[in-house]
Design a protein around this ligand. Sequence first.
Ligand SMILES: NC(=O)c1ccc[n+]([C@@H]2O[C@H](COP(=O)([O-])OP(=O)(O)OC[C@H]3O[C@@H](n4cnc5c(N)ncnc54)[C@H](O)[C@@H]3O)[C@@H](O)[C@H]2O)c1
Length: 335
Amino acid sequence: MVRMGLIGAGTMGRSYARAFAQCRSAELIAICDLDLRKARSLGRRSGVRSLYADYNEMLRSEELDAVTVATPDFHHRKPAIACLRAGKHVLCEKPLATTLRDCAAIRDAVAKYGRKLMINFANRHKRQIYSIKQRLDAGELGKVENAFIQLREPLYKTRTLEWVEKTTPTFFLLSHCTDTVLYLLGGAPREVYARANYGVLSSQGLNTPDTVIAVLTLDNGATIAMDANWIMPKGFAPNIDFTLELIGQKGAIYSKLRSDDLMLYTNRPSNVDYEGGAVDPLGTTRGWWLDSVYYFVECLESDVEPAPGAEEGMQVTRVLLAIEESARKGKIVKL
Ligand SMILES: NC(=O)c1ccc[n+]([C@@H]2O[C@H](COP(=O)([O-])OP(=O)(O)OC[C@H]3O[C@@H](n4cnc5c(N)ncnc54)[C@H](O)[C@@H]3O)[C@@H](O)[C@H]2O)c1
């Protein structure tokens, strides 16, 4: 049984608590949040009794094998390194970090303390991605010349993010798009051109773009158009719309990367659970996001290096920073 700790009892922390509650090979032992009330509330709901406001104290006091870091994007470095230093494996929320310096510090700590670290780019565990990856690797599409990837979310969801002004659609959404295309297409990023549009969120006093559109080229010749938007209306039926199109010299793949193609239209805004879960006849929730968490646990149990690790995470952040720089300067940024 893998003994897990959790740092960050917010939106994703709640999802992790649910994931570990039904996991046969891992148990959530302790929860930490700077705001102890949040840790207590999640502890009450998930039956976890060891609650902390300070992760160093949690790491000193608890016998843990691994820790999930689910703090805001720009605050992954310190908790991730503290866990690695304490000899714990780390499941880190995406993106790895928001600066190259933070990424490098985490990568170096992985090497120094010899623990495993996986970034939870959970979209890699969608069934469509499993299938697309196999087909690409088998050469069914031939050389991929261009791709389109789009991630759109509704405004009401964006507004639930307490640190929305400290992030952008680049870090929050294009991180998923970037990891997905680099994973599928391989190759090294060469250059980026991006534009950011401001309007709805800035009119609400929030200094962050509504949309970011980027064109990324890879050294293997592929050109990728990436489109992120987080101001879609409440009635936006897919709720989270993730679309991928790959055009190769021998074939093309179009995929809606939704957990399934079930569309439900009611008076309520959301019809797709972020965890992509559906309950099976035995009462177990199954879905791609949970598969990603359980893949990490399985890797620990079988001593396999989970992916993506720090190096791949750093590559994604390098692209994200170039996108931000390009949008700011209105120029192509070389990588
Ligand atoms: N919200 C989403 O839809 C979503 C989806 C996928 C991934 N993520 C990623 O998950 C991570 C967390 O996002 P979230 O939406 O859950 O954020 P959140 O704001 O809901 O929760 C983060 C929690 O971390 C706590 N925290 C901050 N610093 C801390 C520290 N030093 N020690 C202990 N606790 C600390 C905060 O008090 C807060 O409760 C981010 O990297 C984000 O990009 C979020």
